[in-house]
Design a protein around this ligand. Structure first.
Ligand SMILES: Cc1cc2nc3c(=O)[nH]c(=O)nc-3n(C[C@H](O)[C@H](O)[C@H](O)COP(=O)(O)O)c2cc1C
Length: 186
């Protein structure tokens, strides 16, 4: 069983990215277990917390440690990632020398109604993950242009091509995780 955690970069109660994440859960094959790693209860990060991380931040770091890979599903805000997602990544990256993402397979995914579908936010995110030395899924790229009704609230995908893409995306990420694990075992 491959255990994948996903982080949703939107706190909106009507988030289409959350629907997309639910859709991933729905289409996941039997050998992939997906669950959410929440970021909405994290306070703002400050280095003052480094000597004694709050429990909520310890739990967040442990949740990343407990999975084989992390998918970040995010909208684009002002041509970058939302601030609370950056805040979560800052918590994950510290205390110094204990970055939760170092060596952790990652993938980024996002949807918006715009024609370039959160692509710039994903580029920024990839840059951060590169700095973290996190292995990343290169292809397929996760740009999904959303149209109303593409994902239902429960995560049903109403378009067959999108459903097939999400299955292929998960399969490619599972293969990356396996490659990283094999390399680590050597
Ligand atoms: C503060 C803010 C900034 C935004 N900036 C961008 C942007 O730079 N590029 C873009 O494509 N969409 C931008 N949007 C639109 C969101 O990406 C879009 O509403 C998306 O559907 C939000 O995803 P969600 O429903 O999962 O929260 C912005 C929205 C907000 C609230």
């Amino acid at each position: 069983m491959t255990r994948i955690g996903y982080i949703v970069g939107s706190l909106s109660s009507t988030s289409i990215n959350r629907r997309l994440a639910k859709a991933l859960e729905r289409v996941a094959p039997a050998d992939i277990e997906l669950h959410e790693i929440r970021i909405d209860e994290l306070p703002f990060y400050t280095p003052d917390a480094d000597p004694d991380y709050p429990q909520v931040a310890r739990d967040f770091k442990q949740a990343i440690a407990d999975v084989d890979g992390v998918i970040i599903v995010t909208p684009e805000y002002s041509r970058s990632i939302p601030g609370y997602l950056k805040n979560a990544l800052d918590w994950a990256s510290r205390p110094w020398g204990q970055n939760s993402f170092t060596g952790k397979p990652t993938a980024v995914l996002g949807t918006s109604s715009g024609p370039i579908s959160a692509a710039i936010a994903q580029q920024h995110l990839k840059s951060i993950l590169t700095h973290f030395a996190a292995p990343q899924l290169g292809q397929p790229e996760g740009f999904i242009q959303s149209v109303p009704g593409l994902f239902t609230e429960d995560g049903d995908v109403t378009n067959e091509e999108t459903r097939a893409f999400l299955v292929a995306y998960l399969q490619a990420f599972k293969e990356l995780i396996e490659r990283v694990n094999r390399a680590d075992a050597r």
